[in-house]
Design a protein around this ligand. Sequence first.
Ligand code: SF4
Ligand code: SF4
Length: 215
Amino acid sequence: MEDLFLETLFTKGLMRRPFENLAATAQKAAAEALATDGPAAAVLKTAALGARAAADIARVRVAAGQWDPAPACRRGCAHCCALKVDITTAEAALLRAAIPHDDPRRERVKARAKELLGLSEEERMQSRVPCALLGEDGACSVYEARPLVCRAASSLDADACARAKDRPDAAGEIPVEPWSSASMRAAHVGLRRALATDGKPAPLEDIHQALAKLL
Ligand code: SF4
Ligand code: SF4
């Protein structure tokens, strides 16, 4: 299951090998960070590798005249923050460290976890309930600590995202830049492998459920 992402790349005939290599590099870096500085550091390390790989690919493609990306994703754009976000325990640890003990977001996360508990993937998609970490100013309140799946967002058109927010069937109309998304997702595969227990990659859990357990 953890390799579904890589299998998808393979069946689509895309660049499986470089992303396998990136996942392996991220796994090694995450394992080292886990041993020395803990899970939060492992997440930041893998996120940095994913971001660097995305930037490298962009630079090469732009230089080759293949592409002139104009990514729309930025802090403060949050039409996608009502989608289901699944994270590892390490990402939950990083989020917890980013939220002070007496911060009201802790109670918001716990309440949202109760509200969403037991929803199927489909029901969660349809609910359009925003992430409890979305700030009142409309921006992610934990941007520097956000999960890897949030970092993998790579839309080229925020207006298309806004339309899809109210009409989930329009999600397929969002133009995306696949390489930065793939880079971050490969880094996530590496993180999950580094966190593996009994030979199985670390499981993923809804952000509210995973974080509420630590609060
Ligand atoms: S995926 Fe769409 S809504 Fe989310 S940050 Fe990117 S442009 Fe904004
Ligand atoms: S963690 Fe931040 S970026 Fe991710 S869904 Fe929540 S508010 Fe949005």
